[in-house]
Design a protein around this ligand. Structure first.
Ligand code: MEV
Length: 338
């Protein structure tokens, strides 16, 4: 990550208010493995977070009734956004990237928080974009990614950056830690059903638990890592050729590996089984696991409705989303010839 540019920005150089949005995400394949250098495939969701910021002057930031620390003030339009002190720390880290003083931040979230759908990166990305606007930068300025990473660092410690890439991107992408995300070619649209299969789990805790597995048996861990990497390689071909049945099988195989890493729960297993029995081509946990959401790949829009209704009967909250086809997107340079 590059150092913040040496600039002295005061809010008066930009607008008096900034706003921004960023997306939630679903990881199709490669969560956790991506922390350890493997590729992951993620899609940006059509829902996420919104942020509005305005500069606070010293007098404004005293005696406020909302959370105040470091002179900032955060208003949450929705109780699902939580984080307390950490949220204030994350804001301070993000605004430091723009060399900005205290701000008032208003946040809203259109995703279940802590459920593997990238709520934290969406909030961070929206905030970073709002801060960028405040200082006259575009939503795609490199400092936006840097500020989102700074925000994520507060919540996740060892975030790979995949959530940030999807929060600030669109469509399907291939992500490798430390590299720019690559847009993925999709020959046909992806119909995804998402179900909340358990209470929120801490990404930080789950990432640490996988790290402990790595430390306790490196050889076994590396074999699983290689298996997940191979699933991603094959999935890229499935996406490019529109072979959704095979993609579904790869998704089911990934669930087995992730369950072997103790990331699944009874509720996640039930949701995956329910989705598959109702017609899903594959289903797996998505994100950090330990709770949170599953993603099921549906063969069609009509089937998505059936899968959703089967999951609802089991008491799971669900929603469906479509990722549009993008056959023109290129995967990697050698893919041009295939
Ligand atoms: C969380 O959405 C995905 C993880 O792989 C963590 C990360 O990549 O930062 C579990």
């Amino acid at each position: 990550m590059s150092e913040p540019k040496d600039r002295s920005v005061t809010p008066s150089l930009g607008t008096e208010e900034g706003s921004g949005t960023a997306s939630g995400k679903v990881i199709i394949l490669g969560e956790h493995a991506v922390v350890h250098g493997c590729a992951a495939i993620a899609v940006s969701l059509g829902r996420g977070a919104r942020a509005r910021v305005r500069p606070l002057h010293q007098a404004d930031s005293a005696n406020t009734k909302e959370g105040v620390a470091h002179g900032d003030r955060i208003t949450l339009s929705d109780q699902s956004v939580q984080g307390g002190e950490a949220l204030l720390d994350a804001l301070r880290a993000a605004r430091a990237v723009f060399a900005l003083g205290p701000v008032e931040l208003e946040l809203s979230l259109d995703l279940p928080a802590g459920s593997g759908l990238g709520a934290s990166a969406a909030l961070g990305g929206a905030t970073a974009r709002a801060l960028a606007q405040l200082v006259g930068l575009t939503p795609h300025d490199p400092l936006v990614a840097q500020a989102t990473d700074a925000w994520e660092e507060v919540f996740h410690g060892n975030a790979s950056g995949v959530d940030r890439a999807a929060a600030l991107g669109e469509g399907a992408l291939l992500f490798i830690r430390g590299q720019a995300p690559i847009p993925l070619a999709l020959r046909v649209p992806l119909q995804l059903v998402i179900a909340v299969a358990g209470p929120p789990a801490s990404t930080k805790t789950m990432v640490e638990s996988v790290m402990r597995l790595r430390q306790s048996n490196r050889i076994q861990f590396d074999k699983n890592l290689a298996a997940l990497g191979a699933l991603v390689d094959n999935a890229k071909i499935c996406l490019r050729t529109g072979d959704l049945s095979s993609l579904g099988q790869l998704i089911n195989l990934a669930q087995m590996v992730l369950a072997g890493w103790m990331l699944s729960t009874d509720s996640i297993e039930l949701a995956c089984r329910t989705a598959r029995s109702a017609g899903a081509l594959g289903a797996k946990l998505t994100g950090a696991g330990g709770g949170g959401c599953i993603v099921a790949l549906s063969p069609s829009d009509a089937m998505s409705a059936k899968i959703e209704s089967a999951l609802s009967e089991q008491g799971f909250d669900t929603f469906s989303t479509e990722v549009g086809a993008s056959p023109q997107a290129t995967c990697e340079h050698h893919d041009h010839h295939e």
